[in-house]
Design a protein around this ligand. Structure first.
Ligand code: ADP
Length: 581
């Protein structure tokens, strides 16, 4: 749970980081475009202002060269009325605020307006007059009337006969009149003077604003109202690499100005001012934010998909591991049960063998007793013969004794092998040997019950896959079942046949009453024999069934059409086993 939570948080952090970077890059790109727009807007506005003011400047220069002005400023004879009329005409035609003629001392000698009732004025203190007396073009911006009224004045020197300035012509322009023509522009354009105060702007709110503290300016000019210079401050600065940086300004003072805007400047040396423009950044910011949100949303959707698939995979793996655990438990149980079954089977096999031995014990003791008796009588005879000096006959007797002893040895060996409790390995077994041993073991009973035995075996050895002792046990069982079935009958015949082909089939046939229920004979505890008699546990055939199966073979019982039962054991040839292996 915890590492997953950490992974999810890390992913969210990555998405956030991507969103922020996308925002920053997009903002940079959008602001870069805005900067260019701002520059071109500002250039346009500046060009317009400069070209309009330029015409007044040229007007001042042109008027200063008028020949009828010199006599007036030099105190010579001239028609002041005439000059003033001319000045009024020019001012009206050019839309000038006022045209003045100043003499060498800065006193007004002629004026375009208010000449009917002139007040004596001296403008020798003005910057433009001082420049004009130095034979240069002067200019000045100033305020008059109510606080919104501003003027820009150009002064051109009037030269006397000696090419020295003798006075000046000052042409003033009402700036509000010029501004009014570009009020509708979407950008906030303004021009600040050398003191850093906004003097011209297409937004009234911007006028007289300054980033310079008021006190420093107070000595220079009186300002309308009071305002806080910090209202107009840099909000953030943005570096756009090789294109340089730019500033974004923020203000809350006016609803008519964008709250955040890009600030672009351009200096206008002709007017001794700096043109500035504020371009609203809200659109660019929204666009950047939108792009960042889209990037973030894509990241989140992608993350959700990943989480969904990871969850599904986890569920799947969990299910798999649960299934694997269940399987493992089941397999362990099966193995346990198989082991228990194998143990039970082994116990049964052993019990079956011992019970077979018990059944055969009478026959076995007879089997051993007979040669023993014969040995005894041969030995007594030999003694007698030796006494009589018939050594050759005695020698024959000794030879018979040794034959009989060998036969007894064989019987005992068979019995030992049969009774031994061990799980012999499966391997190659010669069927002829096994059948011989079975007939040996059952020999006494066969003879006593006068059973005719017919053997039908192929020439030469037949090898099958199995265990010798267990196969012997199966066949002993079949033979004794056959003998049981034929009990009390005439002409008992036991036929054992082997057919070797793809499989090796060993059949044991009798001429008894046959199987009353062939389907059931291999069921454990199925018996038709009386309980209590030494025989009849109903286990013989079911044990045999298990043994033959463990060889990879089959055992079947059926009734022969000519009467009697046939039980067939089908085995795998040992050669075929080798091929298969
Ligand atoms: P048991 O011999 O102890 O009864 P088996 O499993 O060897 O147990 O045999 C089960 C039953 O199969 C026998 O009781 C008998 O009814 C039947 N059976 C087996 N072999 C023969 C046979 N050759 N002829 C007739 N019935 C047989």
């Amino acid at each position: 749970m915890r590492p997953r939570l950490i992974a999810i948080l890390a992913y969210l952090a990555a998405v956030l980081a991507i969103g922020v970077s996308v925002w920053w890059i997009a903002l940079g790109a959008a602001l870069g475009q805005l900067v260019e727009r701002g520059h071109s807007d500002l250039r346009l506005a500046s060009d317009r202002l400069v070209s309009e003011l330029q015409s007044y400047r040229e007007l001042a220069v042109l008027l200063a060269g008028h020949p009828s002005l010199v006599p007036l400023v030099t105190g010579g004879s001239g028609d002041t009325q005439d000059v003033q009329r001319m000045m009024l005409g020019v001012a009206d035609m050019t839309g000038s605020l006022e045209i003045l003629l100043l003499n060498r001392d800065g006193a007004v000698v002629a004026q375009s307006h208010g000449f009917s009732n002139p007040e004596p004025r001296n403008l020798s203190d003005t910057a433009y007059f001082k420049r004009a007396t130095q034979a240069a073009l002067g200019s000045m911006h100033w305020q008059f009337g109510d606080e919104r009224q501003r003027a820009f004045t150009f002064a051109a020197p009037v030269f006397g006969m000696d090419r020295k300035p003798v006075g000046a012509v000052a042409v003033s322009v009402d700036l509000e009149q010029i501004e009014s023509s570009w009020r509708a522009a979407p950008q906030v354009v303004f021009f600040t003077d050398e003191a850093g105060v906004v003097f011209i702007s297409n937004r009234a709110e911007m006028l007289y604003r300054s980033r310079v503290p008021l006190e420093d300016l107070a000595s220079r000019r009186s300002f309308p109202g009071d305002y806080d210079p910090s209202e107009l401050r840099t909000f953030y600065e943005f570096d756009i690499g090789n294109r340089g940086g730019f500033e974004v300004w923020q203000q809350e003072a006016s609803v008519y100005l964008p709250s955040r805007s890009l600030h672009v400047t351009q200096s206008l040396p002709l007017m001794n001012m700096v043109g500035e423009v504020l371009v609203d950044t809200s659109e660019a910011e929204q666009l950047a934010l939108f792009q960042a949100l889209v990037a973030g949303a894509i990241g989140l959707i992608f993350g959700a998909f990943m989480l969904f698939f990871a969850e599904r995979r986890r569920g799947f793996l969990q299910r798999l591991s649960v299934e694997a655990q269940a399987n493992a438990r089941l397999e362990a149980r099966v193995a346990e049960r198989t082991a228990a079954l194998q143990q039970a089977q082994q116990d049964l096999v052993q019990a079956g063998k011992l019970s077979a031995l018990g059944q055969m014990s009478a026959g076995i003791s007879h089997e051993l007793n007979q040669p023993l008796m014969a040995i005894r009588s041969y030995a007594e005879n030999a003694e007698e013969l030796l006494r009589r000096g018939k050594e050759d006959v005695a020698g024959e007797n000794l030879g018979r004794i040794s034959d009989l002893a060998r036969r007894m040895g064989r019987i005992i060996k068979n019995l030992r092998a049969f009774a031994r409790q061990e799980t012999e390995p499966l391997g190659r077994v010669e069927l002829g040997h096994v059948i011989d041993a079975v007939i040996d073991l059952a020999g006494t009973r066969l003879r006593e019950e006068h059973v005719a035995v017919s053997l039908d075996l192929p020439d030469g050895p037949v090898y099958v896959h199995g265990g010798e002792v267990r196969l012997q046990q199966v066949l002993v069982n079949l033979v004794s079942n056959a003998l049981d079935a034929m009990e009390g009958r005439e002409g008992k015949t036991l036929a054992i046949s082997v057919v070797a082909g793809e499989t090796v089939d060993v059949s044991v046939r009798d001429n008894g009453p046959g199987l009353s229920d062939p389907e059931k004979i291999f069921d454990p505890f199925y018996t038709t024999k009386e309980v209590g008699k030494s025989e009849g546990m109903g286990l013989g055939l079911s044990i045999s069934y298990g043994i033959v199966q463990s060889f990879g073979g089959e055992i079947r019982g059926r009734n022969h059409p000519d009467g009697g039962a046939v039980v067939t054991v089908q085995l795998t040839p040992a050669a075929a086993m080798k091929d298969a292996a």
